[in-house]
Design a binder for this molecule. Structure first.
Ligand code: SAH
Length: 208
């Protein structure tokens, strides 16, 4: 019988050798059963540090990327967070481990992926995460202002509606650029402008 918990622990031990991840992030990665989120056919690879296909031409990011983004968002328990690109729901669950599931709002473009993510999240114990099918460029105004917002798909810039839905002092994070992208973290100033900081070169599926 496969011991998923051992495999996950080994994956997190490998992540822990990086010097840029805090225990808060590692604990979240240790808690979420990634194998329950990936398609059945990919389960055996669930704890390899690699992206995996989740259908509709979309991919779930590699664990180290989810961990890095969790870290860069400087999440605190109780923060209200907007995610654009629910995919299979894995990344949302990691975020929920830090801030609380009831504080996570995620928008997914594909109805089918949104419905499937809702199901998976509920069965894995993250049913309090809110998932909406629709265009993430519009954000989710009913639940604004957000302390944090992040994109799991690449855009040329942070969508204006999303910037407006983040509180002053809040953080936006996402892969910006066309075919090759840079992970950009920005802090929203009171006047709505952004204080941007560039991180690693990354490769994500494009925002629609
Ligand atoms: N965080 C996800 C990875 C998602 S891949 C996970 O853990 O599985 C990026 C996702 O963004 C895809 O599911 C894609 O359908 C979605 N997406 C692309 N454009 C979008 C848009 N305009 N609004 C919302 N979601 C979008």
């Amino acid at each position: 019988m496969t011991d998923w918990t051992d495999r996950r622990a080994a994956m997190v031990d490998a992540l822990a050798t990086r010097d840029d991840l805090t225990e808060q992030t590692l604990a979240a990665m240790r808690a979420v059963p990634r194998h329950e989120f990936v398609p059945r056919g990919s389960r055996r690879a669930a704890y390899k540090d690699t992206p995996l296909p989740i259908g509709k031409g979309q991919t779930i990011s590699a664990p180290h990327m989810v961990a890095l983004m969790t870290e860069l968002l400087e999440l605190q328990s109780g923060d209200t967070v907007l995610e654009i690109g629910t995919g299979c729901g894995y990344h949302a669950a990691v975020t929920a481990e830090v801030v609380g599931a009831e504080n996570v709002y995620s928008v997914e473009y594909h109805d089918r992926l949104a419905a499937k993510a809702r199901e998976t999240l509920a069965s894995a114990g993250y049913g309090a995460i809110s998932v909406r099918a629709g265009d993430g460029k519009q954000g989710w105004s009913e639940h604004a202002p957000f302390d944090r917002a992040y994109l799991t798909c690449a855009a040329s810039a942070f969508p204006q509606a999303v910037i407006e839905q983040v509180r002053p002092g809040g953080i936006l994070l996402g892969p910006l650029g066309d075919r090759r992208q840079t992970l950009v973290r920005a802090r929203r100033r009171a006047d709505g402008s952004l204080d941007r900081e560039e991180h690693s070169r990354v490769r994500f599926v494009p925002l629609k």
